[in-house]
Ligand binder design. Structure first.
Ligand code: UGA
Length: 433
């Protein structure tokens, strides 16, 4: 099939290149000309394992191209994928300005029947609004199909090529069959439903996963007080098939461009129809508080943080990405700065994205985990990069002023800590001194 993808963020770029890899002819479009220029030169604007290679392969095969002009791409295509951003407004509500503008531009460019497939995460009812806009600005026949995206940053290609399920929300049998056919090479597990339910499936899925995380984080906080070990509790719970073992890793809370935005949006969506989503509000509150446990543990071990040197291992909201959007590390570093601590930081790939958000002149940017540890009163691990799992803790400890380690992601085992003198705090596990 011939496909135009509007928006080259995570969702657009990864979907575009994966559909090209399946043998379709794909043009990825973005208004930001500099992004398109980069992509044309084989450079990838985001860090995502395997993406650069897959782009190069499909460009070389002549199936994938990039353009900063939407109309030509739309005219050449059977399917137009809408993958523009829906950032949060200050109220928490999704900002639909980019969606509405893209819908209008698609409508004005149309030269015959098109399927518009929405992959952006949009509030229930938005695809109907897209139908309305396209109908208003174009005389050509079209169908709008909602196909929400479930890929995760850091494993985006794998998630796209091997999805758990594909959701196709449509009110048109013709468009539904085409979109099911497009996805058939990826999985047989394709659920066809109405548009509103498809839109809701996306929000409900992200809200449920966020709920699992806040739930296990609260269990962890209680475990700390009772002397239980949350990793054992989660393992024991996870064997129950009804619960499942994934998304039960206690830590410093969820971040990223999706859970914080989508939970806020769903609370708003419910509020708009006079429903107070009490459970989800609590999930968000718990998540906001969880990161401050790192500060509380630092205070418990060091007392006043003024003048203390703190090392930070990991800034990205999770491993295998340079994304720091809504990362707990931002508020943790800002709080430490406000308390008068000196900070040394290291992340394998997210230092420049972090610098763009927090760039206090006093921050000391380091080249590796050991340099970060030098002369520190305490170290905090905030992102569970593999590189940190392989660190020699005895060597690390020798570089520090005081051997204090706050492990915000439960990366290290009791055995690893036992051979050191670290005063070790993790999440929901007994501390070790
Ligand atoms: C999430 C969903 O997992 C995807 O299915 C969805 O498509 C995507 O949002 C989206 O809406 O676009 P993502 O934000 O890339 O994907 O990352 P996740 O792997 O879900 O992690 C989110 C956050 O939860 C991270 O900060 C991670 O550290 C945290 N987390 C995850 C935990 O604290 N504990 C866990 O057990 C799992």
């Amino acid at each position: 099939m011939k496909i135009a993808v509007i928006g080259t963020g995570y969702v657009g770029l990864v979907s575009g290149v994966c559909f090209a890899d399946l043998g379709n002819e794909v043009i990825c479009v973005d208004k930001v000309a500099s992004k398109i220029a980069m992509l044309r030169q084989g450079e990838v604007p985001i860090y995502e394992p395997g993406l650069r290679e897959l782009i190069q392969k499909n460009v070389a095969a002549g199936r994938l191209s990039f353009d900063d002009e939407l109309s030509g791409a739309v005219r050449q295509s059977d399917i137009v994928i809408l993958a523009v951003g829906t950032p949060s407004l200050p109220s928490g509500e999704a900002n639909l300005a980019y969606i509405e503008q893209a819908a209008q531009e698609i409508a004005l460019a149309m030269n015959g029947y098109k399927i518009v497939m929405t992959k952006s995460t949009v509030p229930v009812g938005t695809n109907e609004r897209i139908q309305q806009i396209i109908g208003q600005f174009s005389g050509y026949p079209f169908d709008v199909v909602s196909v929400p995206e479930f890929l995760r940053e850091g494993s985006a290609i794998q998630d796209t090529l091997y999805p758990d399920r594909i959701i196709v929300g449509t009110d048109s049998v013709r468009a539904g069959e085409t979109v099911v056919g497009l996805h058939r090479p990826l999985t047989d597990n394709i659920i066809v439903t109405d548009i509103r339910s498809a839109e809701m499936i996306k929000y409900a899925s992200n809200a449920f996963l966020a709920t699992k995380i806040s739930f296990i984080n609260e269990i962890a906080n209680i475990c700390e007080k009772l002397g239980a070990d949350v990793t054992k509790v989660a393992e024991g719970m996870g064997y129950d098939k009804r619960i499942g073992s994934s998304f039960l890793q206690a830590g410093i809370g969820y971040g990223g461009s999706c859970f914080p935005k989508d939970t806020g949006a769903l609370i708003q969506i419910a509020g708009n129809v006079n429903y107070e989503f009490k459970l989800l509000k609590a999930v968000v509150e718990v998540n906001k508080d969880q990161r401050f446990n790192v500060i509380a543990k630092l205070k418990e071990s060091l007392g006043d943080l003024k003048g203390k040197t703190i090392g930070i291992w990991g800034l990205a909201f999770k491993p295998n990405t340079d994304d720091v959007r809504d990362a707990p590390s931002i508020e943790i570093v800002e709080t430490l700065l406000a308390k008068g601590a000196s900070i040394r930081l290291y992340d394998p790939v997210a230092m420049s994205t972090f610098k763009a958000v927090v760039n206090d002149p006093s921050l000391v940017w380091c080249d590796d985990p050991y340099e970060t540890a030098e002369h520190c009163d305490a170290l905090c691990l905030l992102t569970e990069w593999d590189e940190f799992r392989q660190v020699d803790l005895v060597q690390t400890e020798a570089l520090m002023k005081q051997p204090i380690l706050i492990d915000g992601r439960n990366v290290f085992s009791g055995e690893q800590i036992a051979i050191t003198n670290f005063c070790y705090y993790s999440v929901g596990r007994p501390s070790m001194r």
